[in-house]
Ligand binder design. Structure first.
Ligand code: SF4
Ligand code: SF4
Length: 463
């Protein structure tokens, strides 16, 4: 094992004010289980889980609440014992409605309630890769870095594709967030165990652990934990630049490979990327039989009384997270689920955490500002900042004319929605929003065309 500097410089990128000092020195604190949990069936990318409990049921920690509902999907397990008060539609962090199981965790267990399910610890050295993968699937694991791609699917390359590099993403380039940093500092041994397990499943690829140079304590902890590991393993130190945490850019920065345009995936470049938190949780699911029903979330921002890195059950209401951090210093002008670059502004604190909630940010008035978009002055900053080399200014113009087809020709489907273009725009143009809108319109159009083609094929079949 050795530590090297990245030899590949990504295109574009920006240097926002990082503000990580608010929480980086705060060790992970486990929060007591709140009285109410609202557990979403849509905590991952792909089809939401199919809820299998109903109001009045008493559930145990680790019990299935929702079953996997498709190839790209994941099951959802109960984060605590509790009485199901309701199964209802509630908005998640993006504002999209999803079924949530609302649990009253203070309700006593009824007489005769079965004990919580037990998952036998597995020794990964003597366990077959298929059985390791089955454990990851039954745990309902998904990527904890943001997108929530189901882990069992990611660790199963399709026939004909081989993983040559397993890349562990510890970049955490989003300002304010320090959850991954704390996991690397405090749980580096679990990351090593997770790497060994993933390596066995994937057929012994080389391993690259990517960390930005502004996290020397994390690099030191990883060097210590990985000392003496067999095989081709490197810690790759990246320069500080947003968005190094993006999968595609991390692949380029660590191994110099380029992922082709969508729908291509990292495996098409011979790579699988998993976040450090996911890798540590994977080790716990296999070696300890612990289901991933809680995660570390950074609760931060200048409006929070005491910023912290909190280990909380998935389903914790944002209001309870903030209360655990001493409440607010002042009413926030903006609440963001995630980081300030890629996170989603939420209207209030009634939303609950999921397996992908990396941060909760409460910003006071002086850290936000109101603006009105002005005309583009063709300065080109958005183009220079774009790590995908897209022309955000033209995409924005296309969407102002309602022309999603023109945006598609400008390769908008390659946009990773990182916000680097909007970050430096002196005219405050809604570039990232235009990209998101264009992608949604193009996807909806493709889905409608597919449904129409399927209906036509059915008619032909009847005739
Ligand atoms: S940064 Fe803003 S003003 Fe400059 S070219 Fe891009 S859209 Fe126009
Ligand atoms: S949001 Fe899209 S267009 Fe803007 S910088 Fe990121 S990848 Fe480029």
């Amino acid at each position: 094992m050795r530590t090297v500097k990245s030899a590949f410089k990504i295109a574009g990128g920006v240097h926002p004010e990082y503000r990580k000092e608010l929480a980086r020195g705060k060790a992970i604190e486990e929060m007591p289980v709140p009285m109410t949990l609202a557990v979403s069936m849509s905590q991952h990318l792909g089809a939401p889980a199919k809820c299998i409990v109903k109001a009045g049921d008493y559930v145990r920690r680790g019990q299935l609440l929702g079953e996997k509902a498709g190839f790209i999907s994941a099951c959802v397990r109960a984060p605590a014992d509790g009485l199901v008060k309701a199964v209802e539609q509630r908005p998640g962090a993006t504002g999209a409605l999803a079924a949530h199981v609302v649990l009253d965790t203070a309700a006593p267990a009824p007489d005769g309630a079965p004990p919580p399910p037990r998952f036998e610890p597995l020794d990964w050295r003597s366990t077959d890769p298929a059985a390791l993968l089955a454990r990851i699937e039954e745990a309902g694991m998904c990527g904890m870095g943001g997108a929530g791609f189901p882990t069992a699917v990611k660790l199963s390359p399709p026939p004909g594709k081989r993983c040559e590099y397993f890349i562990v993403n510890g970049a955490e380039c989003e300002p304010y967030l320090t959850a991954d940093f704390r996991v690397m500092v405090e749980r580096a041994d679990r990351i090593r165990a997770g790497v060994e397990i993933a390596r066995k499943i994937l057929g012994s690829p080389a391993v690259r652990i990517a960390v930005e140079s502004n996290k020397p304590e994390a690099i030191a902890a990883l060097e210590k934990a990985f000392a003496g590991i067999d095989g081709n393993v490197e810690i790759v130190v990246l320069p500080v630049r947003y968005p190094h945490g993006s999968e595609k850019h991390q692949i380029y920065a660590t191994v110099g490979r380029v992922v082709p345009e969508p729908p291509a995936l990292p495996i098409d470049a011979g790579c699988v990327v998993e976040n450090v938190g996911t890798v540590a949780a994977l080790a716990d699911a296999v070696e300890k039989g612990e289901m991933p029903v809680s995660r570390v979330t950074t609760v931060t921002g200048e409006a929070v009384a005491e910023p912290k890195n909190v280990l909380a059950p998935c389903g914790t209401l944002y209001s309870d997270l903030v209360a655990f951090c001493g409440g607010m210093k002042e009413p926030p002008a903006k609440v963001v689920s995630g980081g300030p670059m890629m996170g989603f502004a939420v209207p209030d604190l009634s939303v609950s955490t999921t397996k992908t909630t990396s941060g909760l940010l409460l910003l006071p008035k002086e850290r936000t500002f109101q603006y009105t978009a002005g005309p583009c002055i063709n300065c080109g900053r958005c183009v220079d900042a774009c790590p995908m080399r897209l022309d955000g200014r033209e995409i924005c113009r296309a969407m102002e004319s309602g022309d999603a087809a023109a945006a598609e020709k400008l390769h908008v489907m390659s946009c990773i929605e990182c916000g680097a273009c909007s970050f430096g725009c002196p005219a405050y143009r809604p570039i990232t929003q235009s990209c998101r809108r264009a992608k949604a319109v193009i996807r909806a159009r493709a889905a409608a065309e597919k449904a129409k083609a399927a209906a036509a094929a059915k008619e032909v079949g009847k005739a």
